[in-house]
Design a protein around this ligand. Structure first.
Ligand SMILES: NC(=O)c1ccc[n+]([C@@H]2O[C@H](COP(=O)([O-])OP(=O)(O)OC[C@H]3O[C@@H](n4cnc5c(N)ncnc54)[C@H](OP(=O)(O)O)[C@@H]3O)[C@@H](O)[C@H]2O)c1
Length: 315
C-alpha cells in the first residue's frame, strides 16, 4: 500500500507543492493510523509554504515537509496501548501543531490524545473544516471573556475562523456584528450577525458601542475598528504579523488587548462536533480540491476572499 502526500519541496509559490509517495507509516505506542478523508487548508499552510513565519523557519532544513494540521478520516490501525478508538471509527483532529504538520497525507499516524470521535451524523467534510479554525474561534472568544448581551465585532466573519466565531458568539447570546464584502452580506445575516460592508465605508463610520473586538484581519482594518469600541473594551487580535502594533495602539487608547496563538484542544473540538451534530453550528466549505490540486487550493486561500473553508479530498 502506498501513501500519497503533498509536500513543500522548497519555499515559494503554490508550484512548489509536489506529490510524493511514501510507505504507509506504522503507528507507535499510543498512536493510531488514520486513513485521511479530508485535509483542511489554512492560511498558515500558505504562509509556511511561502517561507514565512515560525513553522517555516523551524522546518527550513527539513524539506520536503508535509504541511496540514486539520484532518478527518477513519482509524485503520492501532498502536500498542491505543484504546480510545477502534478500527473503523471516524475521527478528526488538529494535529502536529506547529512543527510536525503532516495532514496533507493519505495516511498519518497520530497520538490518540490529539483526536476526537466524529459523531455518525456529522459528515467528514464538516469535521475537517472545524479543528484549527474552530479552536481559534473558541479560544479568541474565551480570551475576550465575552458575556451574554455584550456587543462583539468580529472582523472577517465570512472566513474560515470568522464563520464559526459568529455562530459560537450567537450561541453565547452576544449581539454579533461583523465585516464582510458585499457578496457575503446575506450569508452573514443567515448566521445571525449584523453585517457591515467594509468595501462601502470603514466600519468606524457605521458602528459604535462595541464591547469586544475579535480581529481576524489585522493591519489598517483593525486600527479602524478600534474607533468603534466602548471605554474598557477588550481586543483580541488573531493575525500574528500585526498583533504587536495593534495591541500597542489599543492599549494607548485604554483598551485591554492581546494577540493569541491557537493551542490544540480536542475537548473544544468534541464540543463543536456535538454542536454540528445537533444543528447548532454549520460549517461552510467553499471548495474541495483533489489532493493533486493542492496548488489551486493554496491559490484560493491566497485570494483572501474564501467563504468558509477549503479542503483537500485525500482519497
Ligand atoms: N494566531 C493564531 O493562532 C491564528 C489561528 C488561525 C488563524 N490565524 C490568522 O487569522 C486570520 C484569519 O484566518 P482565516 O482562516 O479565517 O482566514 P481566511 O479564511 O483566509 O479569511 C478569508 C476571509 O477574510 C475576509 N476578508 C478579507 N479582507 C477583509 C477585510 N478587509 N475586512 C473584512 N473581511 C475581510 C474575506 O471576506 P470577504 O470575501 O467578504 O472580503 C474572507 O471570507 C489569518 O490571518 C490567519 O493567518 C491566526
Amino acid at each position: 500500500m502506498e501513501n500519497k502526500q503533498i509536500a513543500i519541496t522548497e519555499f515559494g509559490g503554490p508550484e512548489v507543492l509536489a506529490l510524493q509517495t511514501t510507505a504507509v507509516p506504522k503507528p507507535k505506542a499510543g498512536e493510531v493510523l488514520v486513513k485521511v478523508a479530508f485535509a483542511g487548508v489554512n492560511p498558515i499552510d500558505v504562509k509556511t509554504r511561502a517561507g514565512l513565519g515560525w513553522a517555516a523557519s523551524q522546518n527550513k532544513d527539513n524539506l520536503p515537509w508535509v504541511p496540514g494540521y486539520d484532518i478527518s478520516g477513519q482509524v485503520v490501525e492501532l498502536g500498542d496501548g491505543a484504546s480510545r478508538f477502534g478500527c473503523g471509527d471516524k475521527v478528526a483532529g488538529f494535529i502536529g501543531f506547529p512543527l510536525q504538520g503532516g495532514g496533507y497525507s493519505q495516511y498519518v499516524c497520530v497520538s490518540e490524545q490529539e483526536l476526537s470521535l466524529v459523531p455518525d451524523s456529522v459528515m467528514l467534510e464538516a469535521a475537517a473544516a472545524l479543528p484549527l479554525g474552530g479552536q481559534t474561534a473558541v479560544q479568541a472568544l474565551d480570551k475576550s471573556q465575552l458575556k451574554e448581551g455584550e456587543k462583539v465585532l468580529i472582523l472577517a466573519g465570512a472566513g474560515g475562523v470568522g464563520h464559526l466565531a459568529i455562530q459560537i458568539a450567537v450561541a453565547a447570546k452576544a449581539e454579533v456584528y461583523t465585516t464582510c464584502s458585499e457578496v457575503n452580506l446575506d450569508y452573514m445575516a443567515t448566521l445571525g450577525a449584523h453585517a457591515i460592508n467594509y468595501q462601502f465605508a470603514p466600519v468606524s463610520q457605521r458602528l459604535d458601542g462595541i464591547d469586544v473586538l475579535i480581529d481576524l484581519v489585522g493591519g489598517d482594518a483593525a486600527l479602524d475598528a478600534l474607533k468603534c469600541l466602548n471605554d474598557n473594551a477588550r481586543v483580541i487580535t488573531v493575525p500574528t504579523i500585526s498583533a504587536e502594533m495593534i495591541c500597542e495602539k489599543a492599549k494607548l487608547l485604554g483598551f485591554e488587548a492581546s494577540g493569541m496563538l491557537v493551542d490544540p484542544n480536542p475537548e473544544q473540538l468534541d464540543t463543536m462536533l456535538y454542536m454540528v451534530s445537533v444543528g447548532l453550528l454549520k460549517t461552510e466549505v467553499f471548495a474541495t480540491y483533489p489532493l493533486e490540486q493542492a496548488a489551486q487550493a493554496h491559490q484560493q486561500i491566497e485570494t483572501g476572499h474564501t467563504r468558509g473553508k477549503v479542503l483537500l479530498d485525500m482519497q
